[in-house]
Ligand binder design. Structure first.
Ligand code: HEM
Length: 135
């Protein structure tokens, strides 16, 4: 790929990726609070579709950045760690919104999901698997 193409596409994609992180995680947090408050809207079809669109767009922007920068998850431990944490975030999120039977379970799983996503942001910013703990 030409250096000029990368120089043009990279900033736009990075901004789109960050905006989608805010939309996707923001909607997850609102749905979680809504579920804890006993609301029905967080699990309605319309909400789930919007959430899926944000999540898919976020994933696509991430994968395109990955391809553009020619990164390899095994040679770049921060990316491999971030992808493993993404799986953990998705699993914790399903427990926070639906699978946990008790209110307190949903509360704890939601807090853990948000902690994992905060660590993913730290990893992306520092390009280090330990994130903000890096020297
Ligand atoms: C909840 C999911 C995700 C969060 C919270 C997240 C967060 C972020 C943030 C905040 C940045 C900007 C870092 C900075 O320059 O300050 C970033 C960059 C990046 N993300 Fe993500 N991301 C997520 C998903 C993904 C996925 C699924 C992939 C790949 C498949 C990915 C690949 C990348 C790449 C390659 C960069 C560019 C790093 C650089 O230029 O140094 N991200 N991510």
């Amino acid at each position: 790929m030409q250096a000029t193409t990368i120089a043009t596409l990279y900033p736009a994609l990075l901004h789109a990726h960050i905006a989608l992180v805010v939309l996707s995680v923001g909607l997850f947090a609102m749905r979680w609070v809504g579920v804890l408050a006993g609301g029905h809207w967080p699990m309605q079809r319309r909400t789930r579709v919007v959430s899926m669109v944000f999540d898919t767009a976020l994933l696509c922007a991430g994968v395109t950045l990955w391809w553009l920068l020619q990164l390899h998850p095994l040679q770049q431990p921060w990316l491999g760690t971030k992808l493993a944490l993404l799986v953990m975030y998705i699993v914790l999120g399903t427990f926070a919104l639906k699978r946990a039977r008790r209110w307190v379970g949903k509360l704890v799983f939601g807090l853990l999901a948000l902690a994992v996503v905060a660590h993913m942001v730290a990893i992306a910013q520092t390009r280090n698997p330990v994130g903000w703990l890096s020297p």
